[in-house]
Structure formats: C-alpha cells, structure tokens
Write a protein that binds this ligand. Structure first.
Ligand code: PRX
Length: 667
C-alpha cells in the first residue's frame, strides 16, 4: 500500500478548505442539495436575468428513458466575458495584472491589467461584429500562446460567437477538418511563432488548411485575421529577410489583426446569453471516425470552472498562478483563460518550451514571477527529471505552494520528484483528472483538505458522483476496479457533440444506461482513494495528447504500399505511451527505411508532430479472431517483447504471433 501524505502546515494554515471533514461536508451538500450549493456560488456572478429557484438543474442520463440532456440554471441570462472582465473591473480589480506574458525568448515579456484586457477584448469584439459575426457564428483559432489568443476567445464570448481553438501543433489537414466541421466563418492566426529554435509557419499552415477546406470539404473561410507576431519578438533562429515570402496573402480574405481592430471603440455591449447557449466547442479525437466537437455552454461552465480553480489550487489574492498547458487543449481553456479570470486571478502565459534556452526554463520562470501554483503534465515532469536536481537547485522556488498535474496518470517516481525536489516537501500536489468532455476537474485532491497518495487522483470534486462498474454494469462497492463512470451531471459537463447528438448519446451514455462513461478504467483502494488506470477504449495518450488507434491506422493505410495497419500503445518512459504500428504491405511492396520514414512523415503531416509513431514493424499478417477482430492485447505484448501472451486458441492463425515476435525491429 502506498504512503499517505498529509497536507503540510504551510499549506493548511490559510487554506480555503483546511480539513478532510470540511471537504466531505461540502461534497455531501453538493450532491444532496445541488441548488443550495451552486446557487451560493452563482450569487457572486452577474446575471442579467437571475435563475428561477427550483429549476437549477434538470437532466436525463438514462438513454432508456429518452434523449440525454443536461441543463443548469435554465432561464438565467448572463455573459461570461462580462463576468470575467467588466465585473472584476467594477469590483476594483481594473489595475490588477490579469496576465504576465513570457515569450519564447526570455527577453520578450509583458503584462496586462484587467482594464486593458477588457478594452482590447471590446475592440476585437466590435471588429468581429462590424464584419457580420453574430451570436452562434463559429470562429476557429489557430494561435501561439500570445495575448491575442485570449483576447479573441473572450471577444467571441462577449458577442456570443462560438470559438473553436485548434492546437497549433495540429497539421493543416487536421485544422481543415476541424474548421470545416464547425462551419467556421473566421479563422484567427499569427504569421508565425517560435518554439525554442523552431519556426512555426502558422499563416502558411492556415493557407494550406483553407485550400484543403475548400477542395475537400467545400468550406470557405470568410476572413482570416493574422497577428503580426514575428516582428515584435526576438528571432530564435533564421528568418527570411522578407517575412511576406513565408505565406500567401489574399486581400479578399486575409487581414492583419492591427488593421482589423483599428479605430474600434473600447466599449462593446455584451450579448446577453441564455444559461444553456453555447460558449465554445473543442475538438477531441474519437475512438472511431471523425474528431468530436465537444460543446460547452454558458452558466454551468462558468460556475464549475470558477469553483474548481478556487479549491483545487487554493487560489488566494496576490498569488501568481501558472498553468503550462496550451490553450489549444481543455486545460488551457479552463485553467489558463476562463477559471483564473473568473476569480480575478493573476496568471502567467508562457509561449515557449521547457527546454529553451536551457532545460531550467520552467524553474527560472517560477523564480522570476514568484509563481505560487504550478500546473503541468506528467510528461513534462518526467522529461525535466532527466536533467537532474542540479538545474532545479539553481533557482529559488520558495514561492510555490500548490503543485498540480494533469493529462495522464502520474507515476509515483515522478510524483515524488515533483513533491520533494520542486515542492521542497512543503507543497500539496493536486493530481487532477478530467477530460475535454468534463470541462473542469472531476477527481482531484484539494490542497489543505485531502490526504494524497502518489499516483491517485483522490476523491470527487464538488457535484461529482463517481462509480466503478463491472462489465455487466454492476456497481463495484468498496475496493475494486472497473469502468469509471459518473452518475449525475456537474455544471461543466459537455452538453452535446456539435452537429451529432446521436454520437454524443452512443459514445458516452449507451454502454451503461444512467451513467456518463469516461472511457477510462479506475481502481478504488481500501481507503477510498481513486486511481485512474488509463483508457479502456482504443485510445492512446501520448504526452497527454489523446488520439485513437483507428485515426492513425487510417493515415498509415493512405500510403499505397500499405494494405493494412494496426496501432497499439507501448509504454514510454517520458511520453507515457508511444505509438507502435504494425503494417501489412501490398503485393510487391518492400519494407525498408524509406517506407518507415514515409509513414512517420505521413502521420506527422496528417495529424501533427505529437502523433509521430515511435516504431513501425513489418507484419506478414495480424493476429485475428475467427470473426476478423484484431487481438490488440497480443500486439501490445509483441510491442514490449513479452512472450507471456496467454490463450491464442481463438486465433485463425496462431503461428503469426511467433513470426511477429521474430520481426520485431532490433532497436
Ligand atoms: O485518460 C484520461 C487522461 O486524459 C483523458 C482526457 O484527455 P483530454 O480530453 O485530452 O483532456 C486532457 C486534459 C484534461 C482522460 O480520459 N487523464 C487526464 N487527466 C488524468 C488522466 N488520467 C489519469 N490521471 C489524470 N490526472
């Protein structure tokens, strides 16, 4: 049994929630009296029309009883941007720093107050309106971590447009697919950006994506708004003398951000939104077929993101919060943008990588800004551990109080390093489990209140009622393992998949009627701690990036030399998981380095660099059952070289397994 760590006096002393009993009391109330619990929080926000008592939450989680729906605060009217900015300015936080911005190069940095942020948002919102963007219109965002990204998201929220951010590490194909699927009218990007010494040619990616959207999906972007970023930051590598040679420029579509906002007023009346009006959508990989446009709405998302931020990070006035996630992911949406601003917090936005100019960049930033809460991913922690403790010791990290982790299970070794070396043994660690679909944290320790076990996501957040189910859907009581599901909605759960409510119902609600199914497995130990064990569907989690095996297989079989492909996950010391691909070739095709390189390049190009396979193996055949199903369990064993494969009697051709073992690349 693993050791229990109790929050240190340093954390408990002034903690918002100083005991486990207090947590249990609040959690109980949030389940027994959701209206009483959440309406107290709702009262801190501004409502143009208040909610109607008695109608705080309504839902159906049981597909056998009809359509799945979830509604929070029906009848209430508000605007999220107004709550994040105007409300805080009115409450005297106008001159407070909303964000410190730290560029890729340490010489590039700036700061912005709440007042200034509000005026920039209003200008951009007015410009969008002047260009015909209205409530319900979609705006795709393909941006580096710069202030305009946040300004754009908030401007959309202000006028009721629905933003769809696409992580700028995605390929132009992925961008084309996502912006076409959401029917975006506008695309917002930058000319380019530096990641370490690597130049990202963002506008050119957008040019290609717009072209592909037109030819492949018959979708046209009306306006592409481009931030001129490269000129204002330090070049970290070679740049062409003439920046305009890097991309195409189409005067009918493309417009510079600075021209777009020129002359716009810094006052912009918000669009008043119904509680269940869409706020944003964010595409996430599905285990089959196209990416899923996860849709989040107004009031519930505001309540849950604000509340989780406050308790999970124990945020206090004057703290400096830093979440290292890119805004292209849900962690960035909720914990870089919406949640900190909802709490009038000061946070940090970092454009660069942990490895530039040196491998101690994170720690030098923590020291420079006296960061109090640091929130990152296990893959980052593991990659930084490799450089030893010396690099950390060079920096004063005394300001830190709460550390947090997200994206995949954190292995105990990384947890201990984080706790002892980064946190000096005095900080709490919040191992936060959530998903694009959950909008905010659903399982997590709370600093000051919950005891911690390295690798466990602890206990449910307020309003969240988890259960573990066995294959038959029977509840696993007490210690045991099963499918991780949730028995009721918390305010920020997704409401639908954009344009495909059937897929929403079948993906999340059909396997176990009455429950939202996460797709993850989990274990409950004898002390009631929950341990997320990872995906139990055909999804892979590489460095916290979720992708489906079938998505990668689809790309591999685009190569004319490949007839069939099967992709499985192989454990990786830094990335958590990596892609191990088996390919069957067409008649006459040769398996050689050229093919391997082509396939790796193809996957990078189609999906993004983070999806590049680690291993491609030649397969004369695949282990299939008589019904034609690939036995991935066996392929996973082959990937790690474990000959302990168990029963193979259901295979049509068991001899193929031995051949695959023989063919393993010798690296
Ligand atoms: O498998 C779980 C894993 O990441 C998945 C969600 O991925 P995504 O929607 O991209 O959102 C990532 C950021 C929230 C989950 O289904 N996951 C996320 N956090 C944890 C985790 N697995 C274990 N422990 C976590 N703390």
């Amino acid at each position: 049994m693993s050791r229990v760590y109790h929050p240190s006096d340093y954390v408990v002393e002034k903690s918002l929630l100083p005991s486990f009993d207090e947590y249990k009391k609040m959690h109980k109330k949030s389940i027994e009296d959701p209206e009483g619990f959440w309406s107290e929080i709702a009262n801190e926000f501004y409502w143009q029309t208040p909610y109607q008592p008695g109608n705080f939450v309504s839902y159906n989680f049981n597909i056998e009883k009809g359509n799945i729906f979830i509604k929070w605060m029906e009848g209430a009217v508000t605007n999220v941007c107004f709550n994040l900015l105007d409300r805080n300015v009115r409450n005297g936080h106008g001159d407070k720093i909303a964000y410190y911005w730290e560029g890729n190069h340490p010489d590039d940095y700036s700061r912005i107050t709440y007042k200034k942020l509000l005026s920039l948002v209003c200008q951009f919102a007015n410009a969008l309106r002047e260009n015909g963007i209205r409530k319900g219109d979609k705006v795709s965002i393909y941006m580096p971590m710069v202030m305009e990204t946040i300004v754009c998201m908030l401007a959309c929220a202000r006028i009721g447009a629905v933003h769809s951010v696409v992580f700028a590490g995605f390929s132009c194909d992925s961008l084309a697919e996502r912006m076409s699927a959401c029917e975006a009218k506008v695309l917002v990007t930058a000319d380019g950006a530096w990641r370490g010494e690597k130049l990202l040619n963002l506008k050119q990616m957008c040019d290609d994506a717009m072209q592909k959207a037109k030819t492949k999906f018959n979708h046209s972007i009306e306006k592409c708004i481009v931030v001129s970023h490269l000129k204002r930051v330090t070049a970290c590598g070679k740049l062409p003398d003439d920046l305009s040679s890097m991309y195409n420029w189409n005067d009918d579509v493309d417009v510079w951000w600075h021209d777009f906002v020129e002359g716009q007023s810094t006052i912009c009346p918000p669009e008043w939104m119904e509680a269940e009006d869409p706020l944003f959508m964010l595409y996430t990989s599905g285990s089959t077929g196209k990416p899923k446009g996860v849709l989040h709405t107004t009031a519930g998302y505001l309540l849950h993101s604000a509340t989780s931020f406050r308790y999970v990070f124990d945020y206090r006035d004057k703290d400096v919060f830093w979440c290292t996630a890119d805004v292209g992911w849900i962690t960035g949406h909720t914990y870089v943008v919406y949640a900190p601003l909802a709490n009038a917090a000061t946070s940090l936005v970092f454009e660069g990588t942990p490895f530039y100019p040196d491998n101690d960049r994170y720690w030098s930033i923590v020291e420079k800004y006296k960061v109090t809460q640091f929130y990152t991913a296990p893959t980052a922690i593991r990659s930084l551990m490799k450089f030893g403790d010396g690099l950390v010791a060079k920096h004063n990290l005394q300001s830190l109080r709460v550390l947090a982790s997200v994206g995949e299970p954190i292995n105990p070794e990384a947890w201990h390093w984080y706790y002892n070396v980064i946190g000096g043994g005095r900080c709490s660690i919040s191992d936060t489990f959530f998903q694009t679909e959950t909008g905010g944290h659903v399982l997590t320790p709370l600093p000051g209140a919950t005891p911690m076990k390295p690798g466990s996501a602890g206990f449910p957040f307020f309003g969240v009622e988890p259960a573990l189910l066995d294959e038959e859907g029977k509840i696993v009581e007490g210690p045991g393992e099963g499918y991780l599901v949730f028995a009721r909605p918390w305010p920020s759960i997704m409401r639908t998949l954009f344009g495909d409510h059937d897929r929403f119902e079948s993906t999340y609600f059909s396997k176990f009627p009455g429950y939202y199914c996460t797709g993850d497995g989990a274990r409950r130990d004898e002390d009631g701690f929950l341990w997320v064990t990872g995906r139990i569907d055909d999804m892979l989690n590489v460095s916290g990036h979720l992708m489906s095996t079938s998505e990668v297989e689809g790309v591999l079989t685009e190569e004319p030399r490949v007839s069939e492909a099967a992709v499985v996950s192989k454990p990786h010391p830094v990335k958590g998981e990596s892609l191990y691909c088996f390919v069957i070739l067409n008649e006459g095709a040769k398996f050689d380095d050229d093919l391997v390189n082509c396939l790796k390049k193809l996957v990078r190009g189609r999906i993004g660099a983070f999806a590049a396979p680690d291993v491609i193996q030649y397969a004369p055949g695949l282990p299939k059952t008589r019904s034609g199903k690939i036995m991935r369990r066996i392929l996973r064993k082959i990937a790690i070289g474990d000959k302990n494969i168990g029963d193979t009697s259901t295979l049509t051709d068991p001899s193929i397994v031995e051949e695959l073992f023989k063919n393993r690349p010798q690296k």
